[in-house]
Structure formats: C-alpha cells, structure tokens
Design a protein around this ligand. Sequence first.
Ligand code: AOF
Ligand code: ZN
Length: 352
Amino acid sequence: DVCEFQPRGVTHAELSAMRAAFELAENGPVQDANPRVGCVILAPGGTVLAQGWHEGAGTAHAEAAALAQAHSAGISVVDATAVVTLEPCAHTGRTPSCAQSLIDAGIARVLYSVPDPTPTASGGARMLRDSGVETLGGVLSDAGAALIAPWRARTHVSSQARRNRIVVKWASTLDGKVAAQDGTSQWITGESARQHAHELRAQVDAIAVGTGTALADNPQLTARDELATRTPLRVVVGRRQLATTARLYASGASVLHVRSDDPHDVVRALDLNSAQTTLIDGGPTLVSAFIRAGLADELHVYLAPKLLGTGLPAVQDLGITTLAQAHEYSLVHCERRGNDVFLRFMRDEPQD
Ligand code: AOF
Ligand code: ZN
C-alpha cells in the first residue's frame, strides 16, 4: 500500500478494528439497495467501546447503530475514534447523516476504507474535516472496495466519476527561479502574495509537498488564515523519511505520507481520501512530476519582479524536446498582489 499514516499512524488496534468492521458488515443482507457497512468505535487508548453494522435500506446505518449501542450502554464516545468500512454519509436519506451524527457525538478521529461513490451520500469526509475531526480514508482499501463491489454492480453505482482536481502552485522570479544558486529561497514573493496563497490553501481539500520541500523548508502546511475554520488534509510525497519532530507533525493532526514518487499513486491516495481539489505546493521535483504526468489541471503562479539568472528552476525536465510538445494552458485570472503578480491558468485539454 502506498499510504502510510503519521505521526499517530494507524495503530495496531485501529487496523484490528477495521478488520472487525469488515466482519460486522458481513452480518448485513447480501442483496439490498444499500451497501454492507461495519463500524467499530474505539476509546483513545484503543479499547472497543461499541460496534454496529447496517441491516439494510431504511434501517440505521452502521455508524448510527454503533453510536446507539454506546448510548444505550451509557458509554461516552467523546474523543473516541470511529473505524468504518465506508466513508460516513453526508446526506440525510432514509436515515440521518452519519458524518453529522459522528460530529454531534464528539468523535475526534474517523478512519474509513473507501469513499462513498454515490453523489448524494458522498462528502462526509469533507464535513468531518471541516468540523475539525481528523479524518483519513484508504485504510485496507482493497477489502473496502471488494465489500461494496456487488452493491455497486447491482445498483449501477459507478466508481467516482473523476479523479481529484490538481492545482500546481509555485512562486518564482520573473525568470522562473524558486531559489538562488546558493539555495536561498525565502522569501521570493512579498507578504501580500504569501497571504493570498494562504487564503487559497483554505479552499482545497488537501495540500501536498515533496519530502525534499518538507525537509528543506520544514513547513506546517496549515491554512494560517484567521478566518479559515478548516484544515486541509496534509500530504507528504516521496520515499524519504521525515523526522517525527518536523513541524508538519507538531500540530498532532495526521499527515498522509505517500511513499512513492509516482504522481498517479498520489492521486489514488487522495481519491481514497475523498479529496476533490488538491494543491501541489512544491518543490520543483513534485511540481514537475505532476506536470510531466499530465495531471496538472490548474497552475497558480506568483511572479516576483526579481531576476536570479542561475538558480533552481520552478519546473524541471518535462521530457520535451520540441515546441510542439509544450504543455499548453489558458490564462483565466491575473491580479496584482503588492509588487507581485498572481496568475491562474487552466489546462487547455483536461487530461487523466
Ligand atoms: C453510511 N453508513 O451504514 C451505509 C451507508 O437512504 P439511506 O439513508 O439508507 O442512505 C443510503 C446511502 O448511504 C447508500 O446509497 C450509500 O451511499 C450510503 N450507505 N452510509 O454512512 C452505512 N449503509
Ligand atoms: Zn450513513
């Protein structure tokens, strides 16, 4: 599996709980309008507090069943972890929204296996994250996908329509450099441009950096906007190990570490986390990998009125040798930010 969860990781207790949730799900009806789902609620220390499964359309969802079991036993689930085989539903259908029920119950952390593929019910992960619940998807995702496959085939629910949208961002000099020859890179753009970048961070579902950037800049990757209530999922990409003391890990919230250099693995891990929009926030290696793979749907470029000549280019080798192979974008937005310019480009032909 390309996904690894840090720093608290997916504990042994949580993995066992996910396996138990799959077994619980098997109690549900084989032929039903709804998928089979299991749920286990764990105390912060890893003890099982409650469990539930879905008995079929019209009855309580797995999460609701587990919450009801805890409630009737007089057990508090405040600060507990819910481990579910499917992304908790966002909608009120025949029954209330599970994401909302988990939020209302004071659940602190949610682990799920695969995203809900139904347009009406999906979006639970985003709701949970917006409410400050630490939420990670993709745990034992092969088993999760297999569990709902018969239901999807029966009800003709296709897999998620489209992969998450990738926004690639960099801030460079006029001659496209993100660092000088000696490696100095802070700050290329001014305060106003940096503030703007933070506002945009609060609008995406996930922010990814390469391990090189994580090691060199030691970023926090939080949306440091006062008005921002939500924290996007933070993602580190690459095979290198990061120190547990990295600022990324300091806030205590989870970081998804995708241990691969292949952008397609990153996209897959983000889809499993129900991300709709992901910001690729550097450095040049990761930025270039996404562009080279044809996965950069949108570019956000900040240009500072500086020239460095020799230095680290924002974009590296793309395997292009002649003009006809150039990746082409259309300018959709242009704005002055202090002494810098913010440019937004869309890929001319959407790629997959
Ligand atoms: C969950 N937990 O246990 C199940 C979910 O009309 P409803 O209320 O029964 O909602 C049906 C949809 O909810 C179904 O199509 C699927 O997307 C999701 N199933 N969700 O959070 C569950 N069974
Ligand atoms: Zn539900």
